[in-house]
Design a protein around this ligand. Structure first.
Ligand code: SF4
Ligand code: SF4
Length: 357
């Protein structure tokens, strides 16, 4: 390391080591085991005899500044200012003295935070931007997360499942969320092609890059209108062209909706990591409570809870009983959309310039 003072830049994150609580820094790489003490409460024990208690709470992921201030105040008051966010956006408060645990949990409960999510339970829902922020959303993300956690909260705070169940929401198939590798995931889907606003295309869009943005080569020039045209049967409603050309909006209040995919996981414990597979092709957007979607997720979760063996992840359970039986026991309909017969994918989706480079 150079002796020169380090230049402050905004390139890349600062080194994580400076954010580690002193007890973690001291025992780095020397943790012997950990023990789960409750649904949102665990202790790590080091070879040196040091212990670290962790309390986990859910966060809605998109956080207001008031909530962030609350979280920081609690960390300042109880944890010497240290906290961490997990990959699922749970907030973890860590203390090095058992006597600090109860007051910390009391304040978290008093402030309305949900404690839980450790062990065989649902995770906090990892999600994307939704209507609040993104132009290509086919559904909302924050709203769906809210209604899902309102309904399934007991599986975070008290009830246990055969194994952990990771939940995710992505508001379109661009899929900024971890939908492809989560146990139960919702993904917003468009069902109609983009509408071309010819009078705006020529002023707002660059024709070659708009054509190049389509993964299935569905877009071609329309010289007569100084615009583009779409070969509808090749369009898979991905919305990629709308990201490049704002004169091709794809949002459709009547036909946009939600698909449910299940059985994905990142872990390689007991079986290989898995991609999620389609369980429900489309449910309508019915804000503010999305009752059909929440009921379908609960149905899948409860059927898994009743039928899986201890330690079986949702995808492992479905593979053991077979997909045919999965549709039978859940009562979900097997439809034409479950059969992948789209002929324009060719060998790979990575055909457009945007994907090649
Ligand atoms: S998943 Fe789609 S709609 Fe949602 S934030 Fe990402 S790109 Fe936007
Ligand atoms: S980029 Fe996607 S939405 Fe746009 S025309 Fe191509 S397939 Fe359809």
């Amino acid at each position: 390391m150079s002796e020169l003072p380090q230049r402050q830049t905004d390139i890349g994150p600062p080194h994580y080591e400076q954010f580690l609580p002193p007890v973690i820094k001291k025992n780095y790489g020397k943790w012997k085991y950990h023990e789960q003490l409750g649904p949102g409460h665990m202790v790590h024990v080091s070879e040196s005899g040091d212990k670290l208690w962790t309390v986990r709470v859910a966060s809605p992921r998109l956080l207001s500044t008031d909530t962030i201030k609350d979280i920081c105040d609690i960390a300042d008051a109880h944890c010497d200012g240290y906290l961490r966010f997990t990959t699922r956006h749970n907030v973890e408060f860590m203390v090095d003295d058992e006597s600090k645990v109860e007051p910390l949990m009391k304040e978290l409960k008093d402030k309305g935070f949900m404690i839980g999510g450790i062990g065989p339970r649902i995770s906090n829902v990892v999600h994307t931007q939704g209507w609040v922020h993104c132009h290509s959303a086919a559904t909302d993300a924050s709203g769906l997360v809210k209604v899902l956690m309102d309904d399934l909260g007991e599986y975070f705070t008290t009830k246990s499942l055969p194994n952990r169940v990771r939940l995710a929401v992505a508001c379109c198939v661009n899929m900024c969320g971890a939908v492809h590798c989560s146990d139960i995931a919702l993904v917003g889907v468009h069902k109609t092609p983009p509408r071309i606003e010819h009078d705006k295309v020529k002023n707002l869009c660059e024709i070659p890059s708009t054509i190049a943005s389509c993964p299935t080569s569905a877009i071609s020039p329309d010289p007569q209108n100084k615009s583009v045209k779409i070969k509808i049967e090749k369009c898979m409603y991905c919305g990629n062209c709308y990201s490049v050309c704002p004169a091709m909006p794809i949002a459709d209040p009547k036909n946009d909706g939600i698909a449910i995919v299940i059985g994905g996981k990142v872990s390689n414990l007991r079986s290989n990591p898995k991609f999620s597979k389609l369980a429900v092709p489309w449910l309508p957007n019915t804000p503010p409570r999305w009752t059909e979607t929440v009921a379908a997720v609960r149905k899948i979760l409860e059927t898994y809870e009743a039928g899986a063996k201890k330690h079986e992840r949702l995808g492992e359970w479905v593979e053991r009983i077979g997909w045919e039986k999965f549709f039978k026991v859940t009562g979900l309909e097997f439809t034409l959309q479950h059969v992948d017969d789209f002929t324009f994918a060719r060998e790979t989706w990575r055909m457009a310039a945007t994907f090649k480079w």
